[in-house]
Design a protein around this ligand. Structure first.
Ligand code: FBP
Length: 324
Protein backbone atom coordinates (compact mmCIF):
# COMPACT_ATOMS: atom_id res chain seq x y z
CA UNK A 1 0.00 0.00 0.00
CA UNK A 2 1.23 3.44 -0.91
CA UNK A 3 2.46 5.94 1.69
CA UNK A 4 1.35 9.56 1.96
CA UNK A 5 4.29 11.49 0.49
CA UNK A 6 4.75 9.32 -2.65
CA UNK A 7 0.99 9.65 -3.32
CA UNK A 8 1.21 13.44 -3.05
CA UNK A 9 4.22 13.49 -5.39
CA UNK A 10 2.36 11.29 -7.85
CA UNK A 11 -0.51 13.81 -7.73
CA UNK A 12 2.09 16.53 -8.57
CA UNK A 13 1.33 18.49 -5.41
CA UNK A 14 3.68 21.45 -4.79
CA UNK A 15 6.54 20.67 -2.37
CA UNK A 16 5.44 23.39 0.11
CA UNK A 17 1.95 21.96 0.26
CA UNK A 18 3.34 18.44 0.71
CA UNK A 19 5.31 19.76 3.65
CA UNK A 20 2.18 21.31 5.25
CA UNK A 21 0.13 18.12 4.77
CA UNK A 22 3.04 16.15 6.22
CA UNK A 23 3.02 18.42 9.28
CA UNK A 24 -0.73 17.91 9.66
CA UNK A 25 -0.33 14.13 9.63
CA UNK A 26 2.33 14.37 12.35
CA UNK A 27 -0.15 16.32 14.52
CA UNK A 28 -2.89 13.82 13.68
CA UNK A 29 -0.82 10.88 14.91
CA UNK A 30 -0.14 12.66 18.18
CA UNK A 31 -3.82 13.56 18.73
CA UNK A 32 -4.85 10.04 17.74
CA UNK A 33 -2.47 8.57 20.30
CA UNK A 34 -3.82 10.78 23.11
CA UNK A 35 -7.42 10.00 22.18
CA UNK A 36 -6.81 6.28 22.09
CA UNK A 37 -5.14 6.43 25.53
CA UNK A 38 -8.39 8.04 26.79
CA UNK A 39 -8.74 8.11 30.55
CA UNK A 40 -5.25 6.59 30.87
CA UNK A 41 -3.73 9.85 29.54
CA UNK A 42 -5.85 11.95 31.94
CA UNK A 43 -7.14 14.09 29.07
CA UNK A 44 -10.89 13.41 29.20
CA UNK A 45 -13.40 15.89 30.60
CA UNK A 46 -13.81 19.66 30.38
CA UNK A 47 -11.68 22.63 31.29
CA UNK A 48 -13.25 25.50 33.20
CA UNK A 49 -13.01 27.74 30.13
CA UNK A 50 -15.18 28.67 27.16
CA UNK A 51 -13.84 29.11 23.63
CA UNK A 52 -14.42 32.10 21.36
CA UNK A 53 -17.72 30.50 20.21
CA UNK A 54 -18.99 30.55 23.83
CA UNK A 55 -18.80 26.75 24.12
CA UNK A 56 -17.28 24.82 27.02
CA UNK A 57 -13.85 23.54 26.05
CA UNK A 58 -12.86 19.94 26.51
CA UNK A 59 -9.30 19.29 27.68
CA UNK A 60 -8.65 17.57 24.36
CA UNK A 61 -9.96 20.62 22.42
CA UNK A 62 -7.32 22.73 24.13
CA UNK A 63 -4.58 20.16 23.76
CA UNK A 64 -5.29 19.49 20.06
CA UNK A 65 -5.46 23.20 19.31
CA UNK A 66 -2.13 23.86 21.03
CA UNK A 67 -0.48 20.95 19.31
CA UNK A 68 -1.64 21.95 15.82
CA UNK A 69 -0.71 25.56 16.40
CA UNK A 70 2.76 24.83 17.80
CA UNK A 71 3.73 22.28 15.17
CA UNK A 72 2.24 24.11 12.15
CA UNK A 73 3.86 27.40 13.13
CA UNK A 74 7.29 25.75 12.95
CA UNK A 75 6.75 24.96 9.28
CA UNK A 76 8.34 27.64 7.08
CA UNK A 77 5.58 27.31 4.48
CA UNK A 78 2.92 28.43 6.97
CA UNK A 79 2.07 32.15 6.78
CA UNK A 80 -0.65 32.00 9.49
CA UNK A 81 -3.22 29.75 11.14
CA UNK A 82 -6.83 30.35 12.18
CA UNK A 83 -8.55 28.03 14.61
CA UNK A 84 -12.11 27.60 15.78
CA UNK A 85 -10.66 27.77 19.29
CA UNK A 86 -8.74 31.05 18.83
CA UNK A 87 -10.13 34.56 18.74
CA UNK A 88 -7.73 35.90 16.11
CA UNK A 89 -5.32 34.46 13.58
CA UNK A 90 -1.80 33.49 14.66
CA UNK A 91 1.08 34.55 12.42
CA UNK A 92 3.78 32.19 11.21
CA UNK A 93 6.53 32.94 8.67
CA UNK A 94 6.13 36.25 6.82
CA UNK A 95 7.07 34.61 3.50
CA UNK A 96 5.02 31.45 4.12
CA UNK A 97 2.90 30.37 1.17
CA UNK A 98 -0.10 28.88 2.95
CA UNK A 99 -2.83 29.75 5.43
CA UNK A 100 -4.31 26.90 7.47
CA UNK A 101 -7.77 27.11 9.07
CA UNK A 102 -8.73 24.24 11.36
CA UNK A 103 -11.24 22.85 13.80
CA UNK A 104 -8.84 20.97 16.10
CA UNK A 105 -11.42 18.54 17.44
CA UNK A 106 -14.84 18.52 15.83
CA UNK A 107 -17.65 16.79 17.69
CA UNK A 108 -15.89 17.15 21.00
CA UNK A 109 -19.01 16.27 22.99
CA UNK A 110 -18.34 12.72 21.72
CA UNK A 111 -14.96 12.48 23.47
CA UNK A 112 -16.26 11.45 26.86
CA UNK A 113 -18.51 8.72 25.39
CA UNK A 114 -15.66 7.19 23.37
CA UNK A 115 -17.34 8.04 20.08
CA UNK A 116 -15.99 9.53 16.84
CA UNK A 117 -14.33 12.95 16.61
CA UNK A 118 -12.02 14.53 14.06
CA UNK A 119 -9.67 17.32 13.05
CA UNK A 120 -10.86 19.34 10.02
CA UNK A 121 -8.48 21.49 7.97
CA UNK A 122 -8.58 23.92 5.07
CA UNK A 123 -5.49 25.21 3.26
CA UNK A 124 -5.60 28.51 1.38
CA UNK A 125 -2.87 30.31 -0.57
CA UNK A 126 -1.39 33.26 1.33
CA UNK A 127 -2.10 36.47 -0.59
CA UNK A 128 0.91 38.09 -2.23
CA UNK A 129 -0.66 41.55 -2.62
CA UNK A 130 0.27 42.89 0.81
CA UNK A 131 -2.99 41.85 2.54
CA UNK A 132 -2.32 41.27 6.25
CA UNK A 133 -4.01 39.93 9.38
CA UNK A 134 -7.44 38.28 9.33
CA UNK A 135 -8.19 39.71 5.86
CA UNK A 136 -5.73 37.17 4.41
CA UNK A 137 -8.16 34.36 5.28
CA UNK A 138 -11.24 36.04 3.81
CA UNK A 139 -11.15 34.13 0.53
CA UNK A 140 -13.95 32.02 -0.94
CA UNK A 141 -13.61 28.28 -0.40
CA UNK A 142 -13.06 27.80 -4.14
CA UNK A 143 -9.52 29.17 -3.51
CA UNK A 144 -8.63 26.24 -1.22
CA UNK A 145 -5.58 24.31 -2.46
CA UNK A 146 -6.32 21.39 -0.16
CA UNK A 147 -8.88 20.39 2.45
CA UNK A 148 -9.55 17.37 4.56
CA UNK A 149 -10.00 15.81 7.95
CA UNK A 150 -8.61 13.19 10.26
CA UNK A 151 -11.30 10.90 11.66
CA UNK A 152 -10.46 9.32 14.99
CA UNK A 153 -12.71 6.26 15.03
CA UNK A 154 -12.14 2.51 15.24
CA UNK A 155 -9.31 3.32 12.78
CA UNK A 156 -7.66 6.70 12.35
CA UNK A 157 -8.25 7.95 8.80
CA UNK A 158 -6.74 10.87 6.93
CA UNK A 159 -9.15 11.95 4.18
CA UNK A 160 -8.16 14.84 1.94
CA UNK A 161 -8.21 16.39 -1.47
CA UNK A 162 -5.74 18.58 -3.32
CA UNK A 163 -8.27 19.04 -6.12
CA UNK A 164 -7.55 15.67 -7.77
CA UNK A 165 -10.20 13.51 -6.14
CA UNK A 166 -10.59 12.39 -2.54
CA UNK A 167 -7.92 10.10 -1.07
CA UNK A 168 -8.32 8.04 2.11
CA UNK A 169 -5.32 6.93 4.19
CA UNK A 170 -5.55 4.60 7.17
CA UNK A 171 -3.09 4.90 10.04
CA UNK A 172 -1.17 1.64 10.37
CA UNK A 173 -0.62 1.61 14.14
CA UNK A 174 2.13 -1.02 13.78
CA UNK A 175 4.43 1.15 11.67
CA UNK A 176 2.97 4.57 12.54
CA UNK A 177 2.33 5.50 8.89
CA UNK A 178 -0.74 6.58 6.95
CA UNK A 179 -1.27 4.17 4.02
CA UNK A 180 -3.50 4.78 0.99
CA UNK A 181 -6.64 2.64 1.32
CA UNK A 182 -9.09 4.41 -1.06
CA UNK A 183 -7.97 6.22 -4.15
CA UNK A 184 -11.05 8.10 -5.32
CA UNK A 185 -14.15 8.35 -3.15
CA UNK A 186 -17.34 8.93 -5.08
CA UNK A 187 -20.69 9.89 -3.56
CA UNK A 188 -23.66 8.11 -5.17
CA UNK A 189 -26.04 10.64 -6.78
CA UNK A 190 -29.13 9.21 -5.08
CA UNK A 191 -29.66 8.21 -1.48
CA UNK A 192 -32.20 6.96 1.05
CA UNK A 193 -30.34 8.30 4.09
CA UNK A 194 -30.31 11.70 5.77
CA UNK A 195 -28.65 13.31 8.81
CA UNK A 196 -30.15 16.19 10.75
CA UNK A 197 -30.59 17.00 14.43
CA UNK A 198 -34.34 16.27 14.58
CA UNK A 199 -34.67 17.83 18.02
CA UNK A 200 -34.45 21.24 16.34
CA UNK A 201 -37.50 20.56 14.14
CA UNK A 202 -39.58 23.28 15.76
CA UNK A 203 -36.89 25.90 15.07
CA UNK A 204 -36.55 25.33 11.29
CA UNK A 205 -38.21 27.35 8.56
CA UNK A 206 -41.49 25.81 7.27
CA UNK A 207 -39.93 24.77 3.94
CA UNK A 208 -37.27 22.66 5.73
CA UNK A 209 -39.94 21.07 7.93
CA UNK A 210 -41.95 20.26 4.79
CA UNK A 211 -38.90 18.58 3.18
CA UNK A 212 -38.18 16.46 6.26
CA UNK A 213 -41.90 15.59 6.67
CA UNK A 214 -41.87 14.21 3.13
CA UNK A 215 -38.75 12.11 3.83
CA UNK A 216 -40.41 10.70 6.95
CA UNK A 217 -43.59 9.90 5.01
CA UNK A 218 -41.63 7.14 3.24
CA UNK A 219 -42.88 5.11 0.29
CA UNK A 220 -46.51 6.11 0.69
CA UNK A 221 -45.57 9.81 0.74
CA UNK A 222 -44.67 12.16 -2.14
CA UNK A 223 -41.04 10.91 -2.31
CA UNK A 224 -42.27 7.32 -2.84
CA UNK A 225 -39.36 5.71 -0.94
CA UNK A 226 -38.34 4.97 2.63
CA UNK A 227 -35.52 7.03 4.14
CA UNK A 228 -33.30 6.09 7.05
CA UNK A 229 -31.76 8.60 9.47
CA UNK A 230 -28.30 8.67 11.10
CA UNK A 231 -26.86 11.34 13.43
CA UNK A 232 -23.43 10.93 15.00
CA UNK A 233 -23.39 14.55 16.29
CA UNK A 234 -19.92 15.18 14.89
CA UNK A 235 -20.03 16.70 11.40
CA UNK A 236 -16.72 15.06 10.55
CA UNK A 237 -18.16 11.57 11.15
CA UNK A 238 -21.53 12.30 9.52
CA UNK A 239 -19.80 13.71 6.42
CA UNK A 240 -17.45 10.73 6.33
CA UNK A 241 -20.46 8.41 6.11
CA UNK A 242 -21.88 10.57 3.29
CA UNK A 243 -18.55 10.37 1.42
CA UNK A 244 -18.46 6.58 1.85
CA UNK A 245 -22.01 5.62 0.94
CA UNK A 246 -23.98 8.76 0.07
CA UNK A 247 -26.64 10.59 2.02
CA UNK A 248 -27.76 14.11 2.80
CA UNK A 249 -26.28 15.98 5.77
CA UNK A 250 -27.79 19.27 6.84
CA UNK A 251 -27.47 21.76 9.67
CA UNK A 252 -30.00 24.31 8.46
CA UNK A 253 -31.01 27.81 9.45
CA UNK A 254 -32.89 27.86 12.71
CA UNK A 255 -34.62 30.65 14.58
CA UNK A 256 -33.61 29.97 18.21
CA UNK A 257 -31.33 32.97 18.56
CA UNK A 258 -31.95 35.85 16.17
CA UNK A 259 -28.26 36.77 16.01
CA UNK A 260 -27.02 33.16 15.71
CA UNK A 261 -29.23 31.37 13.18
CA UNK A 262 -26.52 28.91 12.04
CA UNK A 263 -24.35 26.43 13.93
CA UNK A 264 -21.54 25.40 11.60
CA UNK A 265 -18.57 27.58 10.71
CA UNK A 266 -17.68 28.46 7.15
CA UNK A 267 -13.88 28.44 7.43
CA UNK A 268 -13.37 25.39 9.65
CA UNK A 269 -16.28 23.13 8.63
CA UNK A 270 -18.28 24.41 5.63
CA UNK A 271 -15.47 25.12 3.17
CA UNK A 272 -13.26 22.06 3.74
CA UNK A 273 -16.23 19.67 3.72
CA UNK A 274 -17.68 21.38 0.64
CA UNK A 275 -14.42 20.93 -1.28
CA UNK A 276 -14.28 17.24 -0.34
CA UNK A 277 -17.92 16.64 -1.21
CA UNK A 278 -17.64 18.37 -4.59
CA UNK A 279 -14.42 16.49 -5.35
CA UNK A 280 -16.35 13.28 -4.68
CA UNK A 281 -19.13 14.31 -7.10
CA UNK A 282 -21.62 15.63 -4.53
CA UNK A 283 -22.97 19.13 -3.83
CA UNK A 284 -22.56 21.49 -0.88
CA UNK A 285 -24.94 24.43 -0.50
CA UNK A 286 -25.75 26.94 2.21
CA UNK A 287 -29.44 27.09 1.27
CA UNK A 288 -28.73 30.35 -0.54
CA UNK A 289 -25.63 29.61 -2.59
CA UNK A 290 -22.86 27.11 -3.32
CA UNK A 291 -20.74 27.08 -0.15
CA UNK A 292 -17.45 27.39 -2.07
CA UNK A 293 -18.66 30.69 -3.62
CA UNK A 294 -19.34 32.43 -0.29
CA UNK A 295 -17.17 35.48 0.30
CA UNK A 296 -16.36 35.28 4.05
CA UNK A 297 -16.95 38.39 6.14
CA UNK A 298 -15.00 37.21 9.19
CA UNK A 299 -13.09 34.08 10.20
CA UNK A 300 -15.68 32.75 12.66
CA UNK A 301 -18.65 33.22 10.31
CA UNK A 302 -21.40 30.59 10.55
CA UNK A 303 -23.50 29.29 7.67
CA UNK A 304 -26.30 26.87 6.80
CA UNK A 305 -25.10 23.56 5.36
CA UNK A 306 -26.86 21.14 3.01
CA UNK A 307 -24.47 18.65 1.44
CA UNK A 308 -24.16 15.18 0.02
CA UNK A 309 -25.68 13.14 -2.79
CA UNK A 310 -26.26 15.50 -5.66
CA UNK A 311 -29.86 14.61 -6.54
CA UNK A 312 -30.93 14.76 -2.89
CA UNK A 313 -29.31 18.18 -2.37
CA UNK A 314 -31.28 19.34 -5.43
CA UNK A 315 -34.46 17.86 -3.93
CA UNK A 316 -33.90 19.65 -0.62
CA UNK A 317 -33.17 22.96 -2.38
CA UNK A 318 -36.33 22.67 -4.45
CA UNK A 319 -38.35 22.61 -1.19
CA UNK A 320 -36.41 25.58 0.23
CA UNK A 321 -37.01 27.52 -2.97
CA UNK A 322 -40.73 26.79 -2.63
CA UNK A 323 -41.12 24.70 -5.78
CA UNK A 324 -42.43 21.64 -3.84
P1 FBP B 1 -17.86 21.22 18.09
O1 FBP B 1 -16.83 21.50 17.04
O2 FBP B 1 -17.85 22.21 19.19
O3 FBP B 1 -17.76 19.85 18.61
O4 FBP B 1 -19.33 21.43 17.42
C1 FBP B 1 -19.67 21.19 16.07
C2 FBP B 1 -20.64 20.06 15.94
O5 FBP B 1 -20.20 19.05 16.78
C3 FBP B 1 -20.77 19.49 14.54
O6 FBP B 1 -19.69 18.69 14.25
C4 FBP B 1 -22.05 18.70 14.62
O7 FBP B 1 -22.67 18.49 13.41
C5 FBP B 1 -22.86 19.52 15.56
O8 FBP B 1 -21.96 20.31 16.32
C6 FBP B 1 -23.69 18.68 16.45
O9 FBP B 1 -24.37 19.44 17.35
P2 FBP B 1 -25.77 19.04 17.94
O10 FBP B 1 -25.88 17.55 17.93
O11 FBP B 1 -25.73 19.63 19.28
O12 FBP B 1 -26.81 19.65 17.09
Amino acid sequence: MQRLIPTLRQDQVAEGLISVINTLQICAKEISFRLHQGELAGVLGSTLDENIQGETQKKLDVLSNQLLKDILLENKFVRAVASEEEEGIVDGFSDGKYLIAFDPLDGSSNIDINSMVGTIFSILPAPTDGTEDEAMFLQPGSNQVAAGYVLYGPSTLLVFTTGKGVRVFTLDQKVGEFLLTEHDLEIPKDTCEFAINMSNYRHWQPEMRHYIDDLLAGETGPRCKNFNMRWIAAMVADVHRVLCRGGLFTYPWDCREANKPYKLRLMYEGNPMAMLVEQAGGQAHSGEQRILDIQPQHIHQRIGVILGSSNEVDACLSYLQGSQ
